[in-house]
Write a protein that binds this ligand. Structure first.
Ligand SMILES: Nc1nc2c(c(=O)[nH]1)N[C@H]1C(S)=C(S)[C@@H](COP(=O)(O)OP(=O)(O)OC[C@H]3O[C@@H](n4cnc5c(=O)[nH]c(N)nc54)[C@H](O)[C@@H]3O)O[C@H]1N2
Ligand SMILES: Nc1nc2c(c(=O)[nH]1)N[C@H]1C(S)=C(S)[C@@H](COP(=O)(O)OP(=O)(O)OC[C@H]3O[C@@H](n4cnc5c(=O)[nH]c(N)nc54)[C@H](O)[C@@H]3O)O[C@H]1N2
Ligand code: SF4
Ligand SMILES: [Mo]
Length: 668
């Protein structure tokens, strides 16, 4: 049979944004591999990338529009689905106003044209939208306060690092090309430290793994700064010339002893001193993951780690950096032209964390209709019980999906959408590297599945703003690249080369010109002050901890992490893994000992919000009193761990508290 091999791109919400090589047989995708010519990902991809073949070809794909009639889904035509949904949108606008519609979404697909959903809702008149992020919100806001922006060093700069500290990034599992880089620079002599409550696969290759009480990294960073100051290891000239508010930081540190810091973080004083020396032995690169900021104190955690990088003079130097995310990538494109925020007449915002509470308590107007795109809130949004209640409460729920997820099951209309290989787009991620990848359309969509963009275009026509969507794919893609054209990047070049390097600062802040109000690195944030906070750094602790909530801590003694799964991107692959899914409850050794648990025991994990049942696995080197259950699990495979998590917002209001969660455990 004739086979052809073409280049494509991985669309998944992931650090790595890989280039792909896809084998086609009679226009059918038969194999997905890595593109060896991609400058960063160099031919290696993960299992989730390879499984895009299954995601595309699975017989479980949604193939036709469905409407729920008397509690059962029935197949309807696209014409009927679009006419009915457009009529409802029209009526809601007339009777209640456009903000009676909620757009619930996440970022399941990194294609630039996936942002056209916002254009649709803006042209419709402006709906209730979500702000903040379950994923990285607290940390992004924190870095905006400190630096004025959240920028990282380019991946190859790590060859300049003498020491590398990884705070809570599960690189071997979530960011494989960074992991590859770590292996490479370690061979050249770089020292690698991993700070993480779990002994993850990245910790296995570290020179030292330091476990910590979950949520206490900010306090640890404060302790390291305190030690640096005691030992005279700080970078005085950087502090004096390029920072603002240092006296406030010193004042904060004067109020706590190193003994107390050691006791609270459960990190030994020797380790704190060792880390102080490591930070002084420049250049030392800091790489933060997103896990460590999903706590109520998440903003302060990232801010204190940033402060440590600044005090030690590791900012704006090759091999240094407080690397968290790289917003320079997304900031390269023309979003306003694409999304037309100016067309919005009305607007209402709910926090993404509390979207369910928002739905249930909305007045003037009430939420009448919800559109879900690129998200699976029933599984992924915290406090599932209330999420299910909220999404069941509205008159009309429209879910645009590839599969019958737990969210789709609740819908009134399910609209089948294409997978990555069935539509043209380009893909990028603002998490790690600064290359954008081209993804051509290489396969026909099965059944009646359609691109999201086709659905928006059809609805726009029916609602009288069809001309706002009357563009070809090329025209859309060019629109987003317009401001890059002057810098020699064009759609033609992207199509030809399949990947293009964006013009970013490879070592951010080298010019020491920070984008803060003072123009300096801000220990005390003036942006924070403008936003109504005092802008001061705080020695903040998690909400669900013995320091803040002793009663809860007594009832529910264990910290629950809910990290990202190995073989699935969030909830996307569990149903494609061949029925082998078994909900695993990973427990630290002291928990197993206290409850007489053995590997394979069936247990219940619970708190006041809900419960989850699964099979024990004992983690030999995890921090005491720590449990992990991977996120993303569908109801039919044991249920989402978000039955247990809280929907609070972090200290700066923009992040989740998914890992700020105390639970109890019991054998059943
Ligand atoms: N395989 C796989 N890869 C993925 C994804 C996936 O679903 N599956 N999702 C992608 C997405 S959207 C994202 S946001 C990224 C996330 O990438 P990561 O940040 O690497 O992953 P998380 O699972 O969010 O965070 C997990 C790490 O943080 C640690 N951690 C948790 N709490 C703390 C703490 O208080 N202190 C410290 N020091 N460490 C802590 C955990 O033990 C774990 O090692 O991964 C991306 N890559
Ligand atoms: N407990 C806990 N909860 C978490 C996390 C955690 O660590 N712990 N992590 C959080 C993080 S970091 C993130 S980023 C979120 C992710 O949350 P989500 O983005 O909601 O998670 P996904 O499972 O990726 O779900 C996306 C859905 O979009 C669908 N989809 C894929 N491509 C397309 C497309 O092109 N168009 C449309 N219309 N749909 C598409 C998929 O089939 C899938 O069902 O979850 C958060 N939730
Ligand atoms: S999921 Fe991430 S690591 Fe895996 S192929 Fe896609 S971009 Fe690469
Ligand atoms: Mo994420």
């Amino acid at each position: 049979m004739a086979q052809t091999v073409v280049k494509a791109a991985c669309p998944l919400n992931c650090w790595d944004s890989c280039g792909l090589k896809v084998t086609l047989e009679n226009d059918r995708v038969v194999k997905v591999e890595g593109d060896p010519d991609h400058p960063i990902t160099k031919g290696k991809i993960c299992g989730r990338g390879r499984m895009l073949e299954t995601r595309t070809n699975s017989p479980e794909r949604l193939l036709h529009p469905l409407k729920k009639i008397n509690g059962k889904f029935e197949q309807i035509s696209w014409g009927q689905a679009l006419d009915e949904i457009a009529t409802k949108l029209h009526d809601i606008k007339e009777r209640f106003g456009t903000t009676a519609v909620l757009h619930s979404h996440d970022y399941a697909n990194n294609g630039i044209l996936k942002n056209l959903d916002q254009r649709f809702f803006n042209c419709y008149g402006g709906v209730t939208e979500l702000y903040g992020s379950l994923c990285w919100g607290s940390g992004i806001e924190a870095q905006k306060w400190d630096f004025g922006n959240a920028w990282s060093h380019e991946p190859n700069d790590i060859i300049n690092s003498k020491n590398i500290i990884i705070w809570g990034r599960n690189a071997a599992r979530t960011n494989m090309h960074f992991y590859e880089k770590l292996l490479e620079v370690k061979k050249q002599g770089a020292k690698l430290y991993v700070i993480d409550p779990l002994f993850n696969a990245t910790a296995k290759i570290a020179d030292k793994h330091i476990t910590i009480k979950p949520g206490m990294d900010g306090i640890l960073a404060a302790g390291i700064i305190k030690e640096m100051l005691r030992l005279g290891l700080e970078d005085r000239s950087f502090i004096e010339d390029f920072t603002f508010g240092f006296a406030d930081l010193v004042n904060l540190l004067d109020g706590i002893s190193i003994e107390t810091i050691s006791e609270m973080t459960e990190v030994s004083q020797e380790n704190i001193t060792e880390l102080a020396h490591l930070y002084a032995d420049k250049p030392t690169a800091t790489f933060m993951g997103l896990g460590l900021q999903r706590y109520q104190n998440g903003g302060n955690t990232i801010r204190l780690i940033d402060a440590l990088a600044a005090v030690s003079g590791n900012i704006g130097i090759p091999g240094g950096g407080a690397n968290y995310a790289n917003l320079q990538v997304g900031q390269s494109f023309d979003f306003e032209e694409l999304t037309l925020p100016g067309r919005r007449k009305n607007h209402r915002l709910f926090s993404i964390m509390k979207q369910a509470e928002g739905i249930l308590s909305a007045v003037n107007p009430k939420i009448k209709m919800i559109f879900v795109t690129c998200g699976n809130p029933l599984t992924q949004v915290p406090d599932s019980t209330i999420v299910a209640k909220a999404f069941s409460s509205v008159e009309t729920l429209v879910v645009m999906e590839q599969y019958m997820t737990d969210t789709a099951k609740l819908a009134d209309y399910v609209l089948p959408v294409t997978t990555v290989f069935e539509e043209e787009d380009f893909y990028y991620s603002s998490m790690y590297h600064h290359y954008v990848n081209y993804g051509p359309k290489i396969a026909a969509a099965p059944g009646e599945a359609k691109p999201d963009l086709w659905i928006w275009t059809q609805l726009a026509e029916r609602l009288g703003f069809g001309s706002d969507f009357d563009f070809s794919r090329d025209e859309w893609l060019k629109m987003t690249l317009r401001s890059l054209e002057g810098k020699g990047l064009s759609l033609e070049k992207l199509k030809e080369q399949h990947t293009l390097e964006l013009p970013v600062q490879k070592v951010p802040w080298q010019d020491r010109k920070f984008q803060t109000p003072s123009g300096k690195f801000e220990f005390t944030s003036l942006t924070g002050r403008v936003k109504g906070a005092d802008g001061l750094l705080k020695l903040a602790v998690p909400e669900e901890s013995k320091w803040k909530n002793p009663n809860i801590a007594e009832k529910f003694p264990y910290s629950l992490l809910t990290i990202h799964p190995m073989r699935s991107n969030h909830s996307q692959n569990y149903h494609l893994l061949g029925g082998k899914v078994k909900l695993k409850v990973e427990v630290a050794q002291n928990i197993a000992a206290a409850h007489g648990l053995q590997t394979g025991d069936f247990v219940k994990v619970w708190n006041d919000r809900g419960e989850v049942k699964g099979y024990v696995s004992i983690l030999a080197s995890a921090h005491p009193d720590t449990i992990n259950i991977d996120e993303g699990i569908w109801k039919e495979f044991g249920g989402s761990v978000n039955n247990l998590t809280s929907s609070h917002e972090s200290d700066n209001g923009l992040g989740s508290t998914l890992y700020d969660c105390l639970v109890a455990i019991e054998k059943i």
